[in-house]
Ligand binder design. Structure first.
Ligand SMILES: [Zn+2]
Length: 125
């Protein structure tokens, strides 16, 4: 389910609840209108065509590591640095899918030990 569709359904639910609450509070006209719009949003969300729909099995079997990333004109990589101590950084090379781990924060430059590619180089250090 895409986030847009979920949002529309969530909005619809919220409007139905709000409409019901206002109706129960005696504001029939106002509450009823909101409630109807909520039902419309809810139904629209349920029947909404999902753009960029993925095969559920494909999504379930997807793993962030161990697969080379699409080359978008430059070498892709993924850097994850822990926020809490001990600081630990993992670098996933998008070219050869090598996962490098190191202690400390993201280094200024990094060359993939798997394929020898320079993944990044910070010019201001
Ligand atoms: Zn590599």
């Amino acid at each position: 389910m895409t986030s847009l569709r979920r949002r529309v359904i969530g909005l619809g639910c919220a409007f139905v609840i709000l409409g019901g609450a206002l109706s129960a509070g005696g504001l029939w006209t106002f509450g009823g209108t909101i409630g109807i719009w909520g039902i419309i949003a809810f139904v629209a969300g349920m029947f909404m065509q999902e753009p960029d729909r993925f095969d559920p099995e494909e999504v379930a079997s997807w793993r962030p590591s161990a697969a080379p990333m699409a080359n978008a004109g430059r070498t892709m990589y993924r850097v994850d640095t822990t926020i809490d101590e001990p600081i630990h950084t993992t670098v996933l090379c998008g070219s050869c899918a090598h996962l490098a781990e190191m202690d400390g924060p993201r280094p200024a430059t990094f060359t993939c030990p798997g394929c020898g590619l320079l993944l990044w180089e910070d010019e201001e250090e």
